[in-house]
Design a protein around this ligand. Sequence first.
Ligand SMILES: Cc1cc2nc3c(=O)[nH]c(=O)nc-3n(C[C@H](O)[C@H](O)[C@H](O)COP(=O)(O)OP(=O)(O)OC[C@H]3O[C@@H](n4cnc5c(N)ncnc54)[C@H](O)[C@@H]3O)c2cc1C
Length: 382
Amino acid sequence: MPKPVLIVGAGLSGAVIGRELAEAGHVVHIIDRRSHIAGNCHTARDEASGVMVHVYGPHIFHTNDDEVWRYVNRHMTFMPYVNRVKTTSAGQVYSLPVNLHTINQFFDRTFRPDEARDFIQSQSDPSIGEPVTFEDQALKFVGRELYEAFFEGYTRKQWGCSPADLPASILKRLPVRFSYDDNYFSHLYQGMPEHGYTEMVARILSHDNISIELERNFVRSDAGDFSHVFYSGPLDGYFDYELGRLGYRTLDFEEFQYDGDYQGCAVMNYADADVRYTRVTEHKHFSPWESHERSVCYREYSRACGPDDEPYYPIRLSGEQALLAQYVARARFEQGVTFVGRLGTYRYLDMDVTIREALDTARSCIRAFADGLPLPAFNIEP
Ligand SMILES: Cc1cc2nc3c(=O)[nH]c(=O)nc-3n(C[C@H](O)[C@H](O)[C@H](O)COP(=O)(O)OP(=O)(O)OC[C@H]3O[C@@H](n4cnc5c(N)ncnc54)[C@H](O)[C@@H]3O)c2cc1C
């Protein structure tokens, strides 16, 4: 009997790779150190209210990838959902992303689209040539007033530093729309799994060739019992943090319940620097096809990730890039392990990208297994 394959992590990466391998005839064992499957997409119903809660923060599925959209719909019915985010700034509620409504409300005007475009252009700081920092980029795109109202405080809270210390690349495109379109995403497909992400992942994992073991932490000596390891845990954690820790931001969620409708939308950002939380999530609005009297809300706080915290957002500034390069070099010397997913490759990945990469990784590894070839440490460059 050939040895089974070990997958570390029962998040989307591990589940999709596991399913593809299982369908190709491989026997797959999946372990996760948490007490549940689905990784950071985990959803669970709050017992008292029945509300479906996005336990590790709000997750909205959106993609342009036809195959990925078919893949998730094969395992779960997706309900129509459009992400419409609001933000509170200096005591007023505005619509995000900054759009014609936001501009007209903020400047107390009634601009048509091209008038608004000209006006915003006139706000741009002409002294900025090629923007180097996030702050330069924002001042060039939207001018000081919109920058201070909507970007500065929020970014400072989210990243724990001044936007003047972040690279311009974080704000890649013009964060303003000259129309009343307030759909946060511009992808072709968008939706919410009817019974939550955890049920969707459970269905992906439901295959005779897959076994799952929860509350089991991977140690490198486990690998010997398996033909290959797909590792979706933290890259630095695999090496016991021997070279130091890759920097992450972590999140704290302060849960509270409310009788009725707390804020009338799923996500309300708080742009002001003196409000310590970045946003409030009201989970029942993620399932608009359900009806619940009580409400479950999370106040979300961002801070530097310590050794005992959940790593959420990789920081990937120059210091982290240097350490990442050292870990990547070490990983390439390892035999029999492929690093996958957001933690294994130290990148922020949306769910659709995670699934796309997992499908591609599994398929190329299935071909390599069949041809008796060694599998690479990385199928996708970190
Ligand atoms: C706050 C937040 C909001 C997000 N919102 C969205 C959104 O709206 N839309 C979207 O498309 N994407 C969103 N994402 C991204 C989404 O969460 C990821 O795409 C997805 O979780 C990646 O799946 P993964 O399997 O690679 O990683 P994970 O979900 O992190 O799974 C990795 C698993 O490995 C386990 N593990 C780690 N180390 C070990 C070990 N040593 N031994 C055993 N098990 C281990 C972990 O417990 C975890 O379950 C968001 C992410 C965050 C942080």
